[in-house]
Ligand binder design. Sequence first.
Ligand code: HEC
Ligand code: HEC
Length: 334
Amino acid sequence: MRIKRRTKRFFKRVLIAIPILLLCAFLYQLLRRPSSAPPSKITVAMTPERIERGQYLFVTLLDCDGCHSERDFSRLGGPVIAAGRGQGRMLPLEGLPGQVNAPNITPDKETGIGGWTDGEKIRAIREGISKDGHMLFPLMPYPGLRYLSEVDVQALVAYMNTLPAIRNYVPRSNITFFVGMMVKGVPEPVVRPIPPVDPDGGEIYGEYLVSIAGCEECHTPQKRGQADASMRYAGGRVFTLPQGTVLSANITPDKDTGIGKWDFIRFRDRMRSFRQYKETELPKVGPERFTLMPFLAYTKLTDHDLEAMFLYIESRRAIEHFVVPHPGHAEIKD
Ligand code: HEC
Ligand code: HEC
């Protein structure tokens, strides 16, 4: 009898405690501020080597153009319109929580980031905090860019400083209340200087390149809006574009459903498969012919970098996961 009453009381308490705990968690999430640190006071050196490295990072490996530049979406791969490089735009991806806009990141003082210090630019790129301290929605790929070494992030900023200033006002993103609250934990200060990674480090250099390029982000399927950690690189993340739906490919070393049977040459040629098109003669985009993979940017990836990436990807866990990137349509193959 007594035990029964005690158990009852216990469960009653638990029942009362649950909503209280949930309310506390909600209030914590509502009131917490994204973690951030003051920007560094650095002014980047504008040497020709740095600017050249920065251009390779911006245009080729990290494809900042993908979101921040004006592009011709009527043609395959959406080639960049050079006169609109960095000017920002509204993003047409569907399924986003609200209107997400990629800001103008040219040195225009009023509508771009011309009034920012180099330290503030570095903080935005690696830590997801804007000049005024508000957090950036993590479609901006700072969770991967946070691994950028000091030399590389400085090179990137040096190149961005050389972009022609473009006057183009882009309204601030408008993220739905609930999602805005849930992503507050994403920004994280980079507390220690990040040393350069030895370009001759093979697989380790490959890991560096793949991390900053965000391959994993796109090539890992999502479960309830979060990357499914048990399916890293296994593909199947769904992207809905105005032309239709495309799924990322399985790039794990699985022999049947991934790229396990590929040798380096095949990987290299696939990554640079858009080399077959002249920039000015890219075919028209249509429901049967479009992609989200930055194939166009990657045409300029060096053999050296591709080799390192391949070594790293090959060393990942093989996951059996059959994906058809373009359901209902023939694949765009090389
Ligand atoms: C997948 C799309 C995407 C890519 C790729 C991308 N960005 Fe962004 N970026 C965004 C979005 C979206 C925002 C704004 C987020 C928001 O409004 O909360 C942003 C914000 C920024 C900001 C802050 C600007 C401001 O006014 O607050 C900077 C600086 C920036 N990006 C630089 C870069 C650089 C450099 C690269 C390449 C290394 C890059 N971005 C790649 C989407 C992208
Ligand atoms: C913005 C998202 C995105 C990023 C970033 C991205 N991919 Fe992809 N990738 C895709 C999508 C989507 C496909 C399917 C493309 C298609 O068929 O149109 C794909 C296809 C591929 C393929 C072709 C696979 C096959 O079976 O033919 C390879 C290889 C690949 N990606 C490797 C990479 C690597 C390596 C990186 C990083 C350097 C990377 N991807 C970055 C989205 C992305």
